[in-house]
Design a protein around this ligand. Structure first.
Ligand code: GRF
Length: 217
């Protein structure tokens, strides 16, 4: 029998991305074990969602650590104890240090609510509106030492409507996040993701269209 692909999800907030991963896994479409959900925030809705789904949870409060590195070391210890194959950041509001990157090289992924490399960082829905961009979207990427700079696995495009506020745009982007994050995790679990420098190739997918989900198709 194939060894289960063990993932941990790290989240600081409400956890709707976590929920989409749980839902896909429970419906049998996502061949992974969600072994552990970790939050730095004791009040995170994500912890609640995980408990409801019967997943082990851990709160590692960053405020209890003197440095980012000490906090990251606590994360690494917990993730290694749980023998995690892939670390999934889902609204995890902490900067990842080399301690985590060295422990899990090319095994940490993140989802960002903009079409990288445009609009890295925070409050990016408002930034895209203020800039006058016609499209934004979301990006699943490997985590590297920069902020939202790692190789891109999949993106989805979302039009920006004239009447959009940051909240309405965020909501429509989230719908696409919930499609592409489980999809990216599935590709990784199936061992189909190859990295060639900055270029990520998904074995068995033809052309680049398969990693650009266009909601207007
Ligand atoms: C998402 O927009 C994600 O792209 C960003 O943080 C938000 C998390 O939302 N990194 P949720 O907690 O998954 O609902």
């Amino acid at each position: 029998m194939k060894k289960p692909f063990r993932i941990a999800v790290l989240a600081s907030g409400g956890g709707t991305n976590l929920q989409s991963i749980i839902d896909q896994q429970q419906s049998g479409k996502l061949p992974v074990d969600i072994v552990l959900v970790i939050s730095n925030n004791p009040g995170a809705g994500a912890l609640q969602r995980a408990r409801q789904a019967g997943i082990n949870t851990l709160c590692i409060n960053h405020r209890h650590f003197a440095t980012r590195e000490d906090f990251d070391q606590a994360l690494v210890t917990a993730l290694q104890e749980a023998a995690i194959d892939l670390v999934v950041l889902a609204g995890f509001m902490r900067i990842i240090t080399p301690i985590m990157l060295t422990a899990f090289p090319l095994r940490i992924i993140n989802i960002h609510p903009a079409l990288l490399p445009a609009f890295p960082g925070l409050n990016v829905q408002q930034q895209a509106i203020d800039y006058g961009a016609r499209f934004s979207g979301c990006t699943v990427h490997f985590v590297d030492a920069g902020v939202d700079t790692g190789p891109i696995i999949v993106q989805a495009v979302v039009p920006i409507l004239p009447e959009d506020s940051a909240a309405t745009l965020a909501e429509r982007i989230l719908e696409q996040e919930h499609r592409i994050y489980p999809q990216a995790i599935q590709w990784l679990a199936e061992g189909r993701v190859k990295i060639d420098g900055r270029n990520v190739v998904i074995a068995g997918n033809s052309g680049c269209n398969s990693t650009l989900m266009n909601p207007m198709d």
